[in-house]
Every structure is written in structure tokens, then in C-alpha cells.
Design a protein around this ligand. Structure first.
Ligand code: C5P
Length: 296
């Protein structure tokens, strides 16, 4: 949303890995992935505005603002601020900006939090500074901010390979509603990859026929997985409880963990079933975070 070019607001949606396979490991330790990223419609909100003051000022709001402060990521260390400085440098702009981040999504949760926020701020600055730059041209810059940031630029389904830099927008031939549930444990991504490595898991065979794998939710559920799920559940056993609870909800057809966890999701064909699942989870586990949305 653009307001006379003084201020731009963008949603930074939750990123959901509909599946996540690990097909190898690079000499630098990064893992080679195959994954289908999808996104929710709602999520965090970022507003960037021109400021009379020099530098970047960051204002945090939302349910998870305090968690970011506790992690020391409430200011200069936040990926959003790093993204602003990189973007300003590449496009020779003075970053005199005030930024408001409404952090609605849980942090260190496997749903792209910081990566989606960083991608959204790049898109917002492109509008605010009226830069004539195509989305794929932002990928090298996004990559320097984190492996998932390039994919998060798309904010709609994208097939991801490499360590996250090989991207192909993907048309999923079915619609889904989603319920996301986080049991309130944070699991830092590097720790889960380290655990995966320690478990000496056999790498996944590469998927060659993307269209066949994604032809229906049943095929996706039956022929793919989240290969980080075992490592994450051994660090945070409550993940198994979340998956169990989601899998008994009426109408849930695909249930798994997203990213490196601990957020898990269930997909539904209809909106009402997703809404019923959300209220069931909220009643049974009021301390857990949950949201329902449409998947894009
Ligand atoms: O790039 P980003 O900072 O988001 O990645 C966090 C950590 O996750 C990396 O330090 C690495 O340990 C692990 N990772 C990986 N392979 C990937 C992406 C991330 O091993 N493809």
C-alpha cells in the first residue's frame, strides 16, 4: 500500500514449507534443499516512511515484539535494518527512514519470520524509492541476508532448490486453507541443521517430476516429507504432540512441520473446517500460538 510515496506498508506473510527435502551438503556446511514454499495472506506488517532524522529508526509492535527485544534483535541487529542498509548501499540512497514492524508471527519458528520481514522491507523500499528494478534482480541482495530471503520475495508459491537461491514460481493446482500452530518453543535453525547432521540421516533422492508430486494434496502428503522433522522433534518433543493434535482434526488432509520447526500446519479444503480446527486448538491448548488463513 502506497501513501503519496511518503510511506509504504507491506505484509510479511508466514512462509510454509509444504515439503522440505535435503539432497546433499555443500563443503561450507549449507544443505542442498528441494522445497515448495507457500505463503499465508496475513502475517507481520512493515511500514517504511521517509524521516527528517539521519539513519534508520525502528519501532516494534505486535505480540512478538518483546521476544525480538529479548533476543537482542529489536534494533540494529534486526534483519530488517540490515536489509535497509544493504538496499541503500546498492541503490545509492540515504537510509533516513522510520520503520514500524508489527511482529504478529512467532520468532525462530520455521515460518520465515525474519526472512519474510527482510524480503518485505526490500519490496517496500523498492516502492518508496520508486526504483525501476524487477523482483529477480533483488535476489543476489536478498541472498546475502539469509538463505530463505530470496524465496520470501515472491510471497506466493515458489519451488526452491540449491541452498535457497534457485527459485521457480510454481502454480499449485489446488487451493488450501491452513492452520498454523506453534507450541511456544523456539528452535534456532542452525541447531536443527546441526542435529540433522549429527543424526547422519541419508539424503533424500531428488524429485524430478514436480508437477506429479504436487498434483494433489494426497500425492504431496504420500510422496514427500519434511526431512528436518525428526531432528526438530528430538530437540523439541512437543512437536510430536502438535502433529498428533492436528492430524485428528476433521478435514485435515496434510499435516507436517514447516521449515526447521517448531511450527506445524494442517491443510484443509474448506475455510470452515480450518476455522473449526483453529478454535479446537485454541480451546485445547490456550498457551499455544495458532492462526488460520488461506494459502497462496
Ligand atoms: O541463511 P540463514 O541464516 O537463514 O541460515 C541459518 C542457518 O541454517 C545456517 O547458518 C545453516 O546452519 C543452516 N542452513 C543450512 N542449509 C540451508 C539453509 C540454512 O544448513 N540451505
Amino acid at each position: 500500500m502506497i501513501d503519496s510515496q511518503n510511506c509504504v506498508t507491506m505484509v510479511a506473510p508466514a512462509k510454509v514449507n509444504l515439503f522440505l527435502h535435503i539432497t546433499g551438503r555443500q563443503p561450507d556446511g549449507y544443505h542442498l534443499l528441494q522445497s515448495l514454499f507457500a505463503f499465508t495472506e496475513t502475517g507481520d506488517e512493515i511500514t517504511v516512511a521517509h524521516s527528517d532524522r539521519k539513519g534508520v529508526s525502528m519501532n516494534l509492535g505486535g505480540a512478538y515484539a518483546s521476544r525480538l527485544h529479548a533476543l537482542g534483535a529489536g534494533g540494529e541487529k534486526n534483519l530488517v535494518v540490515k536489509a535497509v542498509h544493504k538496499m541503500a548501499k546498492v541503490f545509492a540512497k540515504e537510509p533516513n527512514l522510520s520503520i514500524k514492524l508489527v511482529k504478529n508471527l512467532p520468532v525462530e519458528a520455521g515460518i520465515g519470520g525474519g526472512s519474510s520481514d527482510a524480503a518485505a522491507v526490500l519490496l517496500a523500499l523498492r516502492d518508496l524509492w520508486q526504483l525501476d528494478v524487477a523482483l529477480p534482480d533483488l535476489i543476489p541482495l536478498a541472498q546475502q541476508l539469509g538463505a530463505d530471503v530470496p524465496a520470501c520475495l515472491y510471497q506466493s508459491a515458489v519451488w526452491v532448490e540449491g541452498i535457497g537461491e534457485q527459485l521457480e514460481p510454481f502454480k499449485v493446482p489446488w487451493q488450501a486453507y491452513i492452520v498454523l500452530v506453534n507450541p511456544g518453543v523456539s528452535v534456532p535453525t542452525p541447531e536443527i541443521f546441526a542435529e540433522y547432521k549429527a543424526q547422519d540421516t541419508v539424503f533424500d533422492m531428488p524429485v524430478f517430476d514436480k508437477a506429479a508430486l504436487c498434483a494433489s494434496p494426497a500425492r504431496l502428503q504420500g510422496h514427500s516429507q519434511n526431512s528436518l522433522q525428526r531432528a526438530a522433534a528430538s530437540r523439541a518433543p512437543v512437536i510430536a504432540e502438535v502433529l498428533e493434535l492436528l492430524s485428528v482434526q476433521p478435514g485435515a488432509h496434510t499435516v507436517r512441520m514447516s521449515g526447521s520447526g517448531a511450527t506445524c500446519f494442517a491443510l484443509f479444503e474448506d475455510k470452515e473446517a480450518a476455522a473449526l480446527c483453529l478454535s479446537a486448538i485454541q480451546n485445547l491448548q490456550p498457551g499455544w500460538w495458532a492462526m488460520a488463513d488461506r494459502l497462496v
